[in-house]
Design a protein around this ligand. Structure first.
Ligand code: MG
Length: 236
């Protein structure tokens, strides 16, 4: 059997912000979104730094080790923040998916997300590491309430250069015909899962799907940066 590959379309929109602190990358075996936080340009530096570490991983011919690449990205954030006072305190989320033989390996820190659309059904492969997710799990909030919560952007973990911030790793069997979505909270805060699923199932063309997701998020009033990677899984 030929190995599985990702065919990706990526879009990022600044939304109503003045700068885009999201970063993304897509290749035949890796799809990544990072959402940076920090004053001035620092959030952009944090998200770009961790994405660059994953790009370096993507260029290696050996098996990918997401945890190791995330650790390298986190160490690079620490290195930069130590030397440049204006970048101190910067941090970033990370959501990434790679194809390793017949499985997806999914890495997550914070509240960016990876979704799987399989046979018309949308499943979230990551669990948000956020205050509102904890409140949902404890039965104090519904999904809809969480989307309006004043602290909906409060993440419990982020890559800020502190050692030992390993990503949560999930492994899921891969199938040709699957469609993956990696996104920042600029999308998932304003579009509920059923609307995301509707776009992914009705737009066969991944570029059209990516465009429409961003367009619908902006129409729904997204104030944040909106970033999506739509990846179709095929035999290479
Ligand atoms: Mg965001």
């Amino acid at each position: 059997m030929t190995p599985l590959t990702l065919r990706c379309a990526a879009r990022s929109d600044v939304g109503r912000r003045t700068n885009n602190e999201d970063a993304c990358f897509a290749s035949p075996r890796l799809a990544v979104v990072a959402d940076g936080v920090g004053g001035a340009q620092a959030g952009e530096v944090a998200s770009r730094t961790v994405v660059n570490a994953l790009i370096a991983l993507d260029k290696r011919t050996t098996d990918q080790d997401l945890t190791q690449a995330v650790a390298e990205g986190n160490a690079a954030i620490a290195f930069v923040a130590e030397r440049r006072p204006e970048y101190r305190g910067m941090s970033t989320t990370l959501a990434a998916v790679t194809v390793v033989s017949d499985c997806y390996e999914v890495a997550n820190v914070g509240d960016s997300r990876v979704y799987l659309l399989r046979a018309g059904e949308l499943t979230q492969l990551t669990r948000d590491e956020s205050l509102v997710q904890e409140l949902i799990d404890a039965g104090h909030l519904t999904d809809a309430e969480a989307r309006r919560h004043p602290q909906r952007n409060f993440v419990l973990r982020a890559l800020d250069g502190s050692p030992g911030t390993d990503p949560a790793i999930t492994t899921v069997p891969a199938r040709p015909g699957d469609r993956l979505l990696v996104c920042s909270d600029g999308l998932s805060d304003v579009l509920p899962d059923d609307r995301i699923a509707a776009v992914l199932t009705t737009r066969a063309d991944r570029r059209a799907a990516a465009d429409l997701l961003v367009e619908q998020a902006l129409q729904a009033g997204a104030r944040d940066n909106v970033t999506v990677v739509v990846a179709d899984v095929e035999h290479s």
